[in-house]
Write a protein that binds this ligand. Structure first.
Ligand SMILES: Cc1cc2nc3c(=O)[nH]c(=O)nc-3n(C[C@H](O)[C@H](O)[C@H](O)COP(=O)(O)O)c2cc1C
Length: 246
């Protein structure tokens, strides 16, 4: 018997074009509530979600995020932020020094925030919505934080454009499972052969998707990211927000 949840998860595609149709408030509320029911490290719940519907604000956010059109055209854009502001208040209340100087706090914040985001994403899909996550919210994080009035200890981690899909893209293939899911110990052999296999798969995929214009596979596409600084301002911004990361 098909499992509806597994089907929903495995049918994932990022959706970047949306119908001109609003998301009802009760649906949005359910999506945000589902985000809160993600597991959370030590019950820290160290994230916040900013909902943006206002057209002017979406336009400004889009400009700060590499001009990505999905942000401007979606009916709802969510910004998931790492948030230790409440924990700082808890420490003040209990007269305990709040010293957020360990990298692990940032990792914990990123994990909590991401789990909440994925819960929201899956719930949105269960309402026939589609969307795309947007890491570009970290591109000009300082300006975005000013726009969204983010206080100290709050860092935009990932955005999510949501709307009713107006496109039906092919699924982007994933690595062969054997190269990603290992049994009992890490198999370098499996990782190597999966990379080779995936190279062939993605060469075909990109060629089909671009009518033959693009023939390179995954490794070329991905390695292009790694010879330049992606978001050079993020470290200083994180420190200015109160994290003295060591
Ligand atoms: C954390 C994160 C950040 C992402 N940032 C962007 C982004 O800024 N712009 C975009 O178009 N897609 C973005 N994506 C979507 C990925 O490009 C996409 O998930 C990936 O290429 C796989 O394609 P699929 O989601 O259609 O399977 C992001 C995805 C994640 C998980």
């Amino acid at each position: 018997m098909p499992n509806e949840v597994a089907q929903l998860v495995k049918n994932h595609r990022s959706i970047r074009k949306y119908k001109d149709k609003l998301i009802p408030d009760e649906v949005l509320n359910d999506i945000l509530t589902a985000a809160q029911w993600a597991p959370t490290s030590n019950n820290f719940q160290c994230y916040s979600i900013i909902t943006i519907k206002d057209a002017e604000t979406k336009k400004k956010v889009s400009e700060l995020c590499e001009g990505q059109s999905a942000i401007e055209t979606c009916p709802v854009f969510l910004v998931f932020c790492i948030d230790y502001f409440r924990i700082n208040m808890a420490c003040q209340k209990n007269d305990i020094r709040f010293d957020i100087d360990q990298l692990d706090y940032l990792v914990v914040g990123a994990v909590d925030t991401t789990l909440a985001a994925e819960n929201a994403f899956l719930t949105a899909k269960s309402y026939d919505l589609g969307g795309v996550m947007v890491g570009a919210v970290r591109k000009k994080a300082e300006q975005l934080s000013e726009l969204l009035k983010l206080p100290r200890y709050v860092i935009p981690l990932v955005g999510m454009a949501l709307g009713y899909p107006d496109e039906d893209p092919q699924q982007k293939p994933r690595f062969p499972l054997s190269g990603v899911a290992h049994n009992e110990f890490y198999s370098i052999d499996n990782a190597v052969s999966a990379l080779e296999e995936y190279e062939d798969i993605t060469e075909v995929y990109y060629a089909e998707r671009t009518n033959g214009e693009r023939s390179e596979g995954w490794s070329k596409t991905i390695s292009n990211y790694f010879d330049k600084k992606r978001r050079p301002d993020i470290k200083d911004f994180i420190i200015r927000q109160g994290y003295s990361v060591k």
